[in-house]
Design a protein around this ligand. Sequence first.
Ligand code: B12
Ligand code: SF4
Length: 510
Amino acid sequence: MKLLLIQPTLTAALPENYGRPAMYEPLGLGYLAAMAREEGHDVVILDCLTEDWRTQEKVGEYIKVGMTDEAIGARMREFNPDVVGITCQFTGFEQDNNRLAALARRTLLETPVIAGGADATARSVEYSTSPHFDLVVRGEGEQAFLRVLERYAQGGVLPDDVPGTTVNGVVNPAADEIEDIDAIPLPARDLMPMETYLEDQTPLMPFAKRRPIGFMVSSRGCPYDCIFCSTTKVWRRWRPRDPVKVVDEIEELVQRYGVREIAFQDDSFLVDPERVRRICEAIVRRKVDITWSVPPGLTANRLKGDLLEAMKASGFYRACFPIEAGDPEMLEWIRKPIDLDEVEEAIEACHRAGIWTYGNFIIGFPEQTPESVERTAAYVEDCRLDMVSVYVAQPYAGSDLYDVYAELGLLDPDRVRPSTAFHSLYDTKYFTAAQLRAKRDEIGARFMKRRIRRVFTPRGMAELWRKVNTPENLAYAARVFGIVARQSLRDRRLSLYGSVARKKDKVVRH
Ligand code: B12
Ligand code: SF4
C-alpha cells in the first residue's frame, strides 16, 4: 500500500518575519516508515514545516510556518496514498493537525486519515470522534499501525478493534509494548529532507559545539512522572537500546550525513549509568569522532563517580540539568525527582571535569505564588550554571498539570491556544500571561548579568580555564560568550529549543 506520513505546519504566537524555525527530523514517523517499508509498503514522509519554512503567513493573530494548503494538496494528489498518517505531538498546535487532516479528507476523499503522537494519544477520544480523523494509534506506534495496515489491506475497511487504537471514541485495550526495541529498524532518514535539517541548526541548538548535529533516541520512556509531562502516557515503561546498536546509529549518522555532533533526545538517558558507560566505551573503542549532549536533560544524582570522565572521553561536553524550580516545595508539587543539594554537587563535578553546564527552569505553574517564582528567580541568579533556559509552564494534554489548569478554569472550553513555553498565552491564578512572559525575560536577564560578572572572579576564571584547554574548546567558549553577550545586549532570552531570534517590536501579543 501507499502510505503518506505527515509532519504538520506550525501555527503559533510568533513574530512576523520569524526567520528559520527550530526544525528536527520527525523520528517517530521515521521509525513507522522504516517498519512499514520492511513490510513492503511504499512510504513517503512529508514534513510540511521543513519543506517550506520560508512560507510564513498570518492566520488571525498567529503566524503559520510551512507549506501552503495548495502545495500540500498537490503533493497529496500526486502521490495518491491509500492511507494518510499524521503525527500530532503538540497540544498547542492542534489547529495545524486538524487543518491538515481536513485537507486530506477534501483532497483524497475516502482515504483513511490516522493520527498518532503524544497529543493524539492523550486526547484519543476527541481526535477519533472529530470529523477529520478515522482512527488514533495511541502511544508507541509501530505494532498497532502495522496491524491496522495489514487488516485494511486485507479487508478494505479500517479495523475498529486493534489493541492500541481508538476508533469512534472507543478506546481499545493498550497494545503490548515492544519488548526488544533493537528489533525496530533505524528511522528512515533517507525519506526526510535531511539536508534542510542539517543546513543550519542554530535556532534548534544555539549552544551546540559542532555542526551538523544528528538527533536520535537511545531509550524509550521514563521511570518518573512529573506533573507537567505527558511522557508516561506515550511510553509506559523505560526500555533501553543495546549500546552497540546505539553506536551503530551514531556511525551511520556520521558516515552518511556528515554529522559531527549527537543530541540524544531520550526522556531519561541516565536511568542505567552502566549502559551509558558502555555507549561511551564503544564510541572510544570504535574511534567515532563526535561531540555529544543530552538536551532534554540528565538526572543529577546519577552522574556519579568516574562516569563523567568516561562521558567526557567519548565527546560529552555539556550537561543539561532539568532543575525546573529553585523552590523545594514547588519541586515536590511538580514531582520532580531531584534534590537541589545533589544538583549542586553535579554542577561542581562538571566544573571540575571541564564540562559546560546548562539548566532548565519552569515558572508560572497554575497556583504558583509570586514568592515561589521569586525563589526560582533567586536560585537561577545565584546558581553556578554556565547557561540557563527559563520556560513558562504549559497545559500539555496527558499531563496531570493539564487537569489542574482545567479544574481552575484556566483553559478555554472549546479550543487549545497555540501557546508555547517560550511565549505563553495562559494566565495563572497569580499572573497574567503577559506578566509571566515579562518575568521569564527578567529572570533570564538577571542570570546573564550575574553570569558575566562571575566570569571575572578567580573561581569563575578557574572554571572557565578547565573548559578551554584545546583550540576547539577555546573557539566554543568564544562562541558561547558571543551569544550570551549579544543576547544580553539586546535583552533577548536564552533558549535551547526554538529560535532565539525574537523581533521584539513585532511580537504577536495575546
Ligand atoms: C525532539 C523533541 C522536540 C524537537 C522537535 C520535535 C519534532 N518535530 O519531532 C523540538 C526541540 C523542536 C521540540 C520542540 C517542542 N516540544 Co518537543 N519533544 C521532543 C522529544 C524530546 C522527542 C521527540 C521524538 O523524537 N521522540 C521519539 C519518537 C520515536 O517518538 P514519537 O515522535 O512520539 O513517535 C512515536 C509515537 O508517538 C507514535 N507516533 C507518532 N506520530 C505518529 C503518527 C502516526 C500516524 C502513528 C500511527 C503513530 C505515531 O509512533 C512513534 C513510534 O513509536 C519529545 C519527547 C518524546 N520522548 O517523544 C518532546 C515532546 C514531543 N515535545 C513536547 C513539547 C510540548 C514541545 C514544545 C511545544 C515545547 C514548547 N516550546 O512549548 C516545543 C515546540 C514544538 C515546535 N514544533 O516548535 C511534548 C509534547 C506534549 C504535548 N502534549 O504537547 C513532548 C511529548 C515532551 C513531553 N513529554 O511533554 N520538541
Ligand atoms: S519531565 Fe522528564 S523526568 Fe519528568 S516524567 Fe517527563 S521525561 Fe520523565
